[in-house]
Write a protein that binds this ligand. Structure first.
Ligand code: ADP
Length: 154
């Protein structure tokens, strides 16, 4: 069984994440969207809220599971039996960042492969921090987050 982990903050999920996830599903038997919790990092939305939105968006996808973890992504992958990490690539900056993480992860867990999907051109500029900024200033984020969820400041 091909199990992949898509690690990230998803703070909140955007249409960029959604697209990468949907496009990856034919490649794997199971995809775990895993919210990584880094104690040094401040998040905007709670883990529970982020998980809730992820579950809502993929409610009809039987291959998708949603989880959260702390510690090394490779340790989490071992724990859940995943041999693939999924990541999205938007820009050359993403590539440089992902290259070093992917190579270090492979060194720590040689059986693990990182699989990259290129972003759809129209999603290149979409990211969670832009969504958070627009939200903070009362703008309209509806074009940047999945249609099925209601992302707002509660
Ligand atoms: P992180 O905190 O690890 O950057 P994110 O939640 O921002 O977590 O992103 C998780 C993954 O989703 C990363 O692989 C990132 O490249 C990918 N991603 C984010 N936004 C987009 C987008 N607009 N198009 C494609 N991939 C994206």
């Amino acid at each position: 069984m091909k199990i992949a982990v898509f690690p990230g903050s998803f703070d909140p999920i955007t249409i960029g994440h959604e697209s990468i996830i949907r496009r990856s599903l034919p490649l794997f038997d199971k995809l775990i969207i895993a919210i990584g919790e880094n104690s040094e990092k401040k998040y905007f939305f709670s883990v529970e809220q982020r998980k809730h939105w992820l579950r809502e968006v993929f409610a009809n996808e039987s291959k998708v599971a949603v989880d959260n973890f702390s510690g090394l992504t490779v340790d989490y992958c071992r724990r859940v039996g995943a041999k693939y990490i999924l990541r999205g690539l938007r820009t050359s900056a993403d590539f440089e960042f992902e290259r070093s993480i992917g190579q270090v992860n492979k060194q720590m867990y040689p059986g693990l492969e990182t699989v990259f999907l290129l972003t759809e051109p129209e999603h290149t500029a979409v990211n969670s921090s832009v969504v958070r900024d627009i939200l903070k200033h009362g703008g309209d984020i509806s074009h940047f987050v999945p249609k099925t969820i209601d992302v707002s400041l509660k």
